[in-house]
Structure formats: C-alpha cells, structure tokens
Design a protein around this ligand. Structure first.
Ligand code: ADP
Ligand code: MG
Length: 247
C-alpha cells in the first residue's frame, strides 16, 4: 500500500492551457521515491508540457503538484529551491559553448553558492568519471560528440544533487550509434534509486527500465501500468494504435 509518505511527486487534477488551447486536461499521478516513470505518447499530446509543469517551467492553469508533500504550484512556493532538487535534461543539450566541460558542470553550484569552487570542481570530476568522460574535463562542448555532450548535460544536472531527474526525449537529437551510451548512464541512475520521469520514444528502454509507463494522449493519461501491462497488453484502443506505429 502506498502512503502519502512514500509519494515523491503527487499530481492532482493538473490542467494547463495556452490561451484557449487546452493542452493538459486533468492529470492525476502519484510517483513514488525511486520510481522510474516513462512517458510515451504521440507528438503534441502534452508530454513536454507535463514534464515542464513538474519543475514549474510552466505554470499550471489548475490543479496542484506536491513534491515531498509540499506544494510547488502555489504562487508563494520558492521556485529556486524547488528546481535545486529537480534536475532536467532536454533533447538539446544546451551546454555553454565558451566554457569547458568541467566549468559547465561547476557553474550552477558555484553561482548559487552551494559549493566552493574547489568542492564544485571535485564533484564535477567525480561526475565526469561516473558518465565515462573523465578525460574530457578540459574540452569545450563542440569538441565532443552529441552523445558525450548529452552525458555532460546529465552530469551538469546531477551537480545540483537533485533527488528527482526529468528527461525530455534525451536521445531524440542523437545519431543512432550514440543513443546507447546515454541510455546506459540513465539506466545506472535508475539502478541507484533516482526518482525519474522520462519522456522517450525509446520503447526498449521504457520496457526494460520503467517501473510504470504513462501513455499520454490528448492531454490526459489514457493508460498507465507496468511496461508489460501498457506495452505488451494495452487495453486502450489509442495505446494499441500508438504502439502499432512505433514498435
Ligand atoms: P509533446 O511533448 O507531447 O509533443 P507538447 O507538450 O510539447 O507535446 O505540446 C502539446 C501542445 O501544446 C501542442 O499543441 C503545442 O503546440 C502546445 N504548446 C506547447 N507549448 C506551448 C506554448 N508555450 N504556447 C502555446 N502552445 C504551446
Ligand atoms: Mg515534447
């Protein structure tokens, strides 16, 4: 049984509109600490908007999101504090081109005065080792392949020591031969117990790594369950139709 205490992210009746375009039409979800959620669904269905609401890159139009029991949707909540605990990785890596790899990773913790330069550097080197890029510490982003840059982007997010990581199609901009190296880093994070919400078109990854899969369509979670339930035995006609096109 799930108690409120185990719930890391609690989404209640989340709605998001842009003008009169209703993108999210009422999302309810409970995500437990350490759970890996993969979000799948057609283009334009609201997956990115959902993810962006989770760290308030978008303001919810209605509903509530609680993280560790604390509302993050209330106007009065401290958004900088919230974001420190929630790392995000995008399709485009967005590394700062004029800084070295190491500096990219050190920047936020130093700017926010969470770490001294020395501590941040030590942490950056540790993280680079963890994503298999220790030897690239002093390289500039453009000297790296796409897969390497995305691994740096993951390390940069981890430098804030988040307890939730959000990934929005982290491998969609990569050449196929680089997808695995990024997914492998994500698999390791999952195995270490990170709470993760991953929007992805990598059905193999979702099947292997997700504890639960959310199929989002037309702004609602049409179907959710284990990968076996949602991907191998979808009940909803729209899930079936989506999977028949992507699998
Ligand atoms: P997905 O990630 O599933 O492809 P998105 O969440 O990006 O879908 O977008 C869902 C819908 O919301 C799309 O129709 C998109 O055009 C619209 N949308 C997203 N962001 C904005 C915005 N900032 N302003 C207006 N419309 C937006
Ligand atoms: Mg998207």
């Amino acid at each position: 049984m799930t108690t409120e205490k185990d719930v890391k992210i609690h989404v209640k009746g989340l709605k998001k509109s842009f003008g009169h375009v209703h993108v999210l039409k009422g999302i309810d979800a409970e995500i437990k600490a350490g759970e890996v959620i993969c979000v799948i669904g057609p283009s334009g269905s609201g997956k990115s908007t959902f993810l962006r609401c989770l760290n308030r890159l978008e303001e919810a139009t209605a509903g509530e999101i609680l993280v560790d029991g604390q509302s993050i949707t209330e106007k009065s909540s401290d958004i900088d504090k919230i974001r420190q605990h929630i790392g995000m990785v995008f399709q485009q890596f967005n590394l700062f081109p004029h800084y070295t790899v190491k500096e990219n990773i050190m920047l936020a913790p130093v700017e926010l005065k969470l770490k001294s330069k020395e501590e941040a550097e030590k942490k950056a080197l540790e993280l680079l080792k963890r994503v298999g890029l220790a030897e690239k510490a002093d390289a500039k982003p453009k000297q790296l392949s796409g897969g390497q840059q995305q691994r740096v982007a993951i390390a940069r997010a981890l430098a804030m020591e988040p307890d939730i990581m959000l990934f929005d199609e982290p491998t969609s901009a990569l050449d196929p031969e680089m997808v695995c190296e990024v997914l492998d880093v994500m698999k390791e994070l999952a195995a270490e117990g990170m709470t993760m919400v991953v929007v992805t078109h990598e059905m193999g990854f979702a099947h292997d790594v997700a504890d639960r899969v959310f199929f989002i369509d037309q702004g609602v979670i049409m179907e959710q369950g284990t990968p076996e339930e949602v991907m191998d035995h979808p009940k909803n006609e729209r899930t079936q139709s989506f999977l028949s096109k992507v699998l």
